[in-house]
Design a protein around this ligand. Structure first.
Ligand code: GSH
Length: 397
């Protein structure tokens, strides 16, 4: 929080004429009271009483001013108070809700080591807090149980290919904190059907998982076109995949990235085609419980640090040397200049820990989903804004 004061008393009238500015973002409406209060306090303490009467007025003004000031300061949040951060530190671990197994986002190997973009993000938060990306426990959650797990406090963050929608962000008691992957819903079909577009699916049977945005978008897509279709709905992904594999539906619909991931696991991926149309916006991002603004800031700025680092050319390999960069934006991000971690309850070099652990956004993307992964997904919308994509983070300053 930037709080500063500029005091100027009118020399002619000896009153609080010019005033002062106290910038308290959370208490914008109280700045007038506080400026008047501090001004009165200072002027009454400074002015010599010309009579007993005047002196008494001066002290009354001072007392009122002091009370107002105390009220304002009392209303200020103490720096970086976060019940979630406190319990994470006490536990020594971040508990992160992730997908049960989705290649590229969060999937465990035979030894229980998790990898993926969502997994990297959890590790990045752990690194920012503990300087140790291993201090995280992954809790696999299916589509239905994910929100209850976050609401109930079973997990600290939900980082599980979850679409940011208005109802989830408002009435579920959750808050989303940025977009980790810009996705869109698509369809996968057997190549042998000879379909080329989603518009060709009139009258088709479509497999979809319940508890997802996909189920709702599917209904919208056919309703707006006046097409008939037959939804084949299951609660668990394994059931959806088995139904599609056994030919119980003509198409499988979910987020495009998931279709690419699931297609790669089918016995003959080449026999299946992901149709090019996106029928929805699926902005996937990490969510936290409402009511802990500092925790939300930690999660949000972890993501922004990864995106800003890519934009500034700071990589996992270069980060240590970049601490002494002459670029002020890099110096602020890495804590060489200023202390931007303080208001998050973190060390000044919180972002160095993130970048050392998982690299910048682009590095994590390429490793998990892009050219260095089996999925080979193009950056597309997930490229930086300066490269024609949508990835954009507010500056550290
Ligand atoms: N992004 C969509 C879909 C997310 C989703 O849960 N997709 C399913 C279909 S692939 C999934 O990941 N299922 C895995 C599971 O439930 O274990 C949403 O937030 O609703």
């Amino acid at each position: 929080m930037g709080t500063y004061a500029v005091y100027a008393e009118s020399p002619r009238r000896g009153m609080c004429a010019v005033g002062m500015r106290v910038w308290i973002p959370a208490l914008a409406g109280m700045t007038v009271i506080s400026s008047t209060a501090v001004c009165l306090l200072l002027s009454s303490l400074r002015r010599r009483p010309e009579s007993r009467h005047a002196g008494r007025i001066g002290w009354i003004a001072a007392a009122i001013a002091a009370l107002l000031l105390a009220a304002v300061l009392g209303a200020l949040p103490a720096a970086a108070q976060s019940p979630t951060l406190d319990s994470v530190k006490k536990r020594g671990q971040v508990v992160c809700g992730v997908n049960t197994g989705l290649a590229g986002f969060s999937a465990p190997d035979d030894r229980g080591n998790w990898t993926g973009l969502d997994v990297d993000f959890c590790r990045a938060v752990a690194a920012a807090i503990f300087r140790d990306a291993r201090r995280v426990r992954f809790v696999p959650l299916n589509a239905k149980e994910r929100f209850t797990a976050l609401q109930s406090g079973e997990v600290d963050i939900l980082s599980r290919n979850t679409t940011w929608t208005m109802s989830r962000d408002t009435s579920l008691g959750l808050n989303f904190n940025g977009i980790l992957y810009f996705d869109g819903q698509a369809f996968m079909v057997r190549r042998a059907l000879g379909l080329t577009s989603a518009e060709d699916l009139r009258g088709a049977s479509i497999c979809v998982q319940s508890g997802t945005t996909n189920e709702l978008n599917l209904a919208d897509f056919f309703a707006t076109r006046g097409f008939s279709y037959r939804p084949v709905v299951y609660e668990r992904l394994v059931e959806v995949l088995a139904a599609y594999a056994n030919g119980r539906c003509d198409a499988f619909t979910t987020d495009s990235s998931q279709l690419i991931a699931e297609r790669s696991r089918l016995p003959d991926p080449e026999a299946h085609l992901v149709l090019p149309d996106f029928i929805s916006k699926e902005p996937l991002g990490p969510a936290v419980r409402q009511g802990d603004a500092v925790w939300a800031n930690i999660v949000r700025w972890t993501l922004f640090a990864m995106i800003n680092a890519e934009e500034l050319g700071v990589t996992q390999r270069s980060v240590e040397a970049d601490r002494t960069s002459s670029n002020p934006e890099i110096r602020r991000l890495l804590g060489t200049e200023g202390n931007y971690g303080k208001a998050l309850g973190l060390d000044p070099d919180w972002a160095v820990s993130i970048l050392t652990a998982v690299g910048n956004y682009g590095e994590s993307f390429e490793r998990n989903l892009g050219r260095d992964s089996p999925l080979k997904i193009a950056r597309g919308r997930n490229a930086l804004w300066k490269d024609g994509g949508l990835m954009y983070a507010p500056p550290v300053r």
